[in-house]
Write a protein that binds this ligand. Sequence first.
Ligand code: ADP
Length: 449
Amino acid sequence: MNRRKEPGTARDLDIRVQWLILLRWIAAGCLFLVITGLRFALHVDLPLVPLYAGNLALILLNGCYALAFSRIQSAKRPGRWIARVTALANAQISLDLVLLSWLIHFSGGIANPVVFFFIFHMVIASILLSNRNAYLQACFASAVLGAVTAGEQAGLLAHYTLSNLPPGAFPLLSWGEFFARYAALVATLFIVVYMCTTIVNKLRAREDELETTNIKLQDKDKIKSRYVMTVSHDIRGPLSVIQSCLRVVLDGYTPEVSGKSREMIERASLRTERLLAYVRDLLDLSRMRAAEDMDKTRLYLPDLLSRAIEQLRPLADGKQLEVTVANETAAAFIMASEEAMTEVIGNLLGNAIKYTPAGGRVALRIRDAADPDTLELAVADTGIGIPAGELPRIFEDFHRAPNAKEFEPDGTGLGLSIVKHIVEAYGGNIRAESEEGRGSTFTVDLPRG
Ligand code: ADP
């Protein structure tokens, strides 16, 4: 679990940059339609070559951004990654402003209402960038647009009037009118950046608070897990001693105990056995939750399955269950710790055996998942199944479905919690499908080794 707190501007940066790239594809498509429609449907006198060139530049640049972004993504490393995506976002917005100024220049200059599109860019910059960079983009937008349009006013650059655009052209303005429009636009850009950054800052501060609270809660949860771990560890020792003392008596290593006394000791032994299983599960779960990191080695999954089956064979044979294994992949390696995976497989196979009536079948299958980096392990049985209403709750701590309690009173309701925790700690996931009375299938996706 990555508990590093990201700076506000970096949070969800990848999603926002992707969104910006998508938005630009839409903008490029719309721009093409507008230029083509104005020129060929409405016969507006547009300088087609520079406008289409601007459109093409937008498409090519966006392709480059998408490529650069996917490269940065694939080498995702905190720190440098944030700096690179931020630089990419800054570059995109700056180049967009240049392109927008280019398009405005060839379509009537500052008189063209499209100049208000600069406002969208300021909103995007305020959402995507730091406050400082958003204000710098506002300065840059004012400078580029100012240079182009003032250049037109001064006669240094050509002015393109769309002479036959109804209801009229975009003529060259008087200097007074030009300054009034330019000043109003620049003021709007800065006001928009100020308003957006104020709102975005508040939202970021709220997100920061939530994240801090979340981290504190996780820390508290770890302290609780450590406490449960210590207590269950301390209880397990004396319990094991009590259990072995009772076994010594029951196995006949002491003078014979019979009648009511033996019956009492047998009951005590059974209860102690259950209590021990419960304490062991509690210890396992709290140990997993308190752990900071999980070990990882390359493991051959079929070997782990064979060992688990060997261990549980007496239980399966006792109920005449048919246990089969199918390996449908050429590379059945995973990255995990052997101890943790033995726990996962032991729990799933143990449950399948436990909840399947005599004469049933249990099938284990390994195969390639849809994602090439993932391996899929399925444990299917023809057992009692899980009622539909219970399915969403079976991974909760201590939860046992009523039909399971009836079929097999022994159980702690902690096995699947442990399994889920381990699988997710390795970046995998687990799901269950079941039909009451017909059987269940637990499918685990694990990262390949
Ligand atoms: P336990 O088996 O000790 O009760 P688990 O956490 O392993 O605890 O399982 C939780 C619950 O999920 C079980 O009590 C049972 O209701 C349900 N369950 C798990 N595996 C199966 C299975 N193979 N078939 C039917 N129900 C199952």
